[in-house]
Design a protein around this ligand. Structure first.
Ligand code: GTP
Ligand code: MG
Length: 263
């Protein structure tokens, strides 16, 4: 007669980012110990994972090593979403109705966004632009979420920008991924501010905000957007480089450390 509704959901990390950046590869790596062959995702997929005992978890830092609870694996959920532009509502839905959401991993193909604009000139870098648009919309959603006037402040949600595919020699190193995205988000912000671009995700519908309200990511003014401006909305953005696949094997230690810090 009654359906049991689990009142406590495991801590959840959301995996988002453009199509082909390696989200499902990461999920299969953690699920099976090695990345499986993937096809582009059309539906979200959530798996239960455990933090390795060797990775410190923030929630255990005040426990002594003798405390038996530190001997157990910390369990959490990893929620993979499709990167295709028309399916991103899955990712945004999870942020609007968060179930114990602890953090968001935004995956970037660091080789894809590096394809040089300087040689081709005016055409610009389409992959970088699309990645920056997705990230802009995500951060704007988090900013609006933080500024929503409720009796209880929503919990902070940190964002990890994973510069993936660093095994490829064309990949941009993490600090350059960071500055390329900040510059391109500045461009996205300026075009959105001028109303030249349609956000395409119906920000007004999902946030229930006033349509007239001007939406501006980060600090006002004509200056450059930096990820540090998100701290005002209690959103900590970090950029870490790794690779899920590669001749030398996967290198995702930075990911485990970040999950541990936020678990
Ligand atoms: P959507 O489901 O379409 O959103 O894409 P996705 O982000 O899930 O990408 P997916 O995991 O399917 O990976 C896309 C391709 O990138 C696959 O061919 C992977 O093998 C490859 N790939 C993923 N990670 C890496 C990496 O670290 N290095 C290299 N060289 N290739 C990678
Ligand atoms: Mg996928």
């Amino acid at each position: 007669i009654y359906r049991s509704t689990t009142s406590t959901t495991l801590p959840t990390f959301l995996l988002v980012g453009p199509s082909g950046s390696g989200k499902t590869s990461l999920l299969t790596l953690f699920e099976r110990g090695q990345p499986a062959t993937t096809r582009t995702s059309q539906t979200p997929l959530t798996v239960e994972l455990s933090l390795p005992l060797t990775t410190p978890a923030a929630s255990s830092q005040y426990r002594s090593a003798a405390d038996p609870s530190t001997q157990f694996h910390k369990k959490f959920l990893l929620a993979d979403t499709p990167g295709h532009g028309k399916l991103r509502h899955h990712a945004f839905d999870t942020i609007i109705k968060p179930q114990n959401l602890k953090g968001i991993i935004f995956m970037v193909d660091a080789a894809d966004i590096s394809t040089s604009t300087s040689t081709t000139g005016a055409a610009g870098n389409e992959a970088l632009r699309q990645t920056a648009e997705y990230l802009h919309d995500l951060l704007l959603l988090l900013q609006k979420r933080a500024n929503t006037k409720t009796s209880r402040a929503p919990p902070d949600i940190p964002v990890l920008i994973a510069a993936n595919k660093l095994d490829l020699f064309t990949a941009l190193p993490a600090p350059l991924v960071k500055s390329a995205l900040e510059t391109e988000i500045t461009n996205v912000r300026n075009s959105r501010g001028k109303g030249l671009l349609d956000s395409g995700i119906g920000m007004d519908d999902i946030a229930g905000g006033a349509g007239e309200e001007r939406e501006w990511l980060g600090e006002g003014g004509e200056g450059k957007f930096t990820f540090g401006q998100m701290e005002e909305s209690n959103v900590q953005v970090s950029v870490v480089g790794w690779n899920v696949v590669g001749a030398e094997g996967p290198d995702v230690q930075g990911w485990w450390a970040w999950v541990g810090e936020n678990l």
